[in-house]
Design a protein around this ligand. Sequence first.
Ligand code: FPP
Ligand code: MG
Length: 296
Amino acid sequence: MIELVTSQINKYIEQLHDERVVELFSQIPSGKMLRSKLILQIAPFKEAVKLAAVVELIHMASLLHDDVIDEADLRRGRPSINATFGNKPAIMLGDILYSKAFYELSSLPSPLPQIISNAVTLLSLGELLDVELSRSFNPDIDRYMDMIYKKTASLIEASAMAAATIAGKDAQRYGLYGKNLGLAFQIVDDILDITQDEATLGKPAMSDLKEGKTTLPFIYLYEALEEPDRKRLLKLFKKELSRDEKLWLEERLQSTGSLNLAKEKATKLGEEALACLDEKDEKLRSIMTQLIDRTY
Ligand code: FPP
Ligand code: MG
């Protein structure tokens, strides 16, 4: 059924009647389509295909803008659109995908447009918060959790709620599943930045701290360290790291148990997501477990 989503997206792109857009769009590497899988699992019906295609377009648009904001040259192991074509086409392609998605969203039955558009506002607020938090090292877990809820979990939560609405299921319960899954997903992403290499990640490894992102493992590390190691950690914030500095960080993240604490937090959120499901929701359970155990 996921192929139906891909062809719906392609149909939406063709409807724009613009060769340049077709060319630029073809250069976006395809992702895991997590949100579509979730939607179709909760609502395995034809009506859900359009919803999934709209959500994927919104997600792609947000990543196009995010790569400009983060000045990222790589996305999923390939040069990002901004790296290949420049910031302006990347921003405009994002706007085109985003507005086409909203045009299509507006003809879906209520309350789907409200659920999804509200999440896009949260997504944008989350990105703004992410940019602001990256000005200086952020030792505050609550602010970090608020930011990842808005930036990542809100669209996953909304996808699950909208799909449950289509399927006549409990939107609040599935929404909570999506929210916890989204939070766990982002924390796993933050851990993988530290534990995996560039070839596996499809983007530079150990780059979050350099980009000014104080992710959960680094917040726990800050809490665990005593002066003068704390000072040393703060000095590495937003800095191009040498091999020795990376090794020092890796060792401290392991020996203080900070990386493990972050893994435990992701696992706990994963369990909370599973607790929202019925025993028979086997596929949704496995989406969750695959996500926690993934390496990229
Ligand atoms: C990736 O974060 C970014 C997001 C999940 C959300 C980005 C949202 C916006 C740019 C605002 C919404 C805009 C539109 C057009 C809908 P990351 O940088 O931590 O992850 P990465 O490593 O995958 O880049
Ligand atoms: Mg980014």
